[in-house]
Design a binder for this molecule. Sequence first.
Ligand SMILES: NC(=O)C1=CN([C@@H]2O[C@H](COP(=O)(O)OP(=O)(O)OC[C@H]3O[C@@H](n4cnc5c(N)ncnc54)[C@H](O)[C@@H]3O)[C@@H](O)[C@H]2O)[C@@H](O)CC1
Ligand SMILES: [K+]
Length: 477
Amino acid sequence: MLTGSEMGVVDENAAALGVPRKQLMESSGHAVAQAVRTIADPGEQVVIVAGRGNNGGDALVAARFLDDYDLRVLLLGRPDAISTTIARENWDALQHAEYPTETVRDSSALDLCTPDIVIDAMLGTGIAGDLREPEATAAAAMNGSDATVLSVDVPSGLDAETGRLADNAVDADHVVTFHDTKPGLPDLDVPVTVADIGIPDAAELFVEQGDLTRLERDPASHKGDNGEVLVVGGGPYTGAPALTAQAALRGGADLVRVACPAVVAREIQSYSENLILRPFDGDHLAPPHVDRLADLAADHDTLVVGPGLGDHDATLEGVAELLSGFDGTAVVDADALSVVPDVETDADLVCTPHQGELLGMGGETSEDWRERADLVESFAAEIGHTMLVKGPYDIVSNGERTRVGRTGNPGMTVGGTGDVLAGVTGALACVQAPLDAAAIAAHTVGTVGDRVVEDRGYGLVATDLLEEIPSVLWQRE
Ligand SMILES: NC(=O)C1=CN([C@@H]2O[C@H](COP(=O)(O)OP(=O)(O)OC[C@H]3O[C@@H](n4cnc5c(N)ncnc54)[C@H](O)[C@@H]3O)[C@@H](O)[C@H]2O)[C@@H](O)CC1
Ligand SMILES: [K+]
């Protein structure tokens, strides 16, 4: 089952793989026509009621496969109000081919007559709120007619995000939905055909541009809404936590604080005035610091634990204590990873090991990425957390769903890129589910690395990645 917005991600990924939306619409329309053939014989009366979006577009395609029916095509609204190019092109094709089309300017002019079949193609996954006019009157006319109502994708009035059926929704007798079922369809107890429209499995497996459409910034948001990240790092190293923290800012977090040993606080602060430091005493993290860190962590949306912490026994003990008492989302990277398999916690952990660190956690890996995906998926299920295993193909899995990121290049093996990935993952985990945050972060950091290498060849350093992150995340060229 996929929601409407998840379908949007998948069809955008299909386009990124070279299967554009217009091809999907052609397959959808053909599937609708096939369904008509199973419930009505040639010569019977079919009325298409098309909306102004791609839901309508699907039925405008179907018309071309229904020449042997007594067909009428009603467009609810003016042709120039058709909201997408591909729907408009299919309308124009019907015009040029002189199909029997009518445009319904206002609902009082709507006359279904007495068709055998009505194709409800008014609204699909693009619906917002209950039906407005003229869709509402059209729905009432459909519901009041003796015709068999076949709905395209979802009955108009069904919200494909939540499965909620509007009071004035179309009462479908049969639904033809595309690629996967949608919320609310199973509860309708009418026959639902799930038509394969040629979206490759890869469009769900591989992370592509479509996944970036999950990000949207609420224009009304104010400071803090887009996430506050606490980076717990530093000790032997100071560059790592600074890279992670700056990457979290570039990944969209509003505020990023760095909790680090006091001895390195000034040095980490010196990397950027954008960082806020929360030093704890001593030169490495240890159990006595955990209470203060836990209090700090409670005031943040996401933790990123590990960069530059070192693997001092007391440090790993402190990390285990911190994670076991935390119940939010924590990205775990670098030396902190080794404690995860033995930690009992209510937190959602996102572990970002490279393959060596995965082995250190007790996981298994394989050179073959498909095998690696299966191994990582079962390891994620075993430890009950999200895994992002970096490699030529990044494997992201929460034990149920597995995604594969194919961006990045051998130039990314330079030190610090993992710290950047952990920071971007932390920022996105403030506003996305852990799996989606990790998948988008892997795709984004790899894409940034590819752009930097394209511009300057190998020899990139991790700081080169930082300022490129926003333009990739927000798909600005
Ligand atoms: N996502 C996919 O993979 C595919 C989607 N396709 C079709 O595309 C549809 C989604 O198309 P769109 O995103 O263009 O949106 P829709 O065609 O579902 O509806 C959008 C139109 O309806 C209007 N509208 C929104 N809410 C309304 C309301 N409450 N009352 C009256 N009018 C309202 C909007 O102004 C807009 O013009 C899917 O349902 C499916 O039928 C297919 O072409 C195949 C591929
Ligand atoms: K519909």
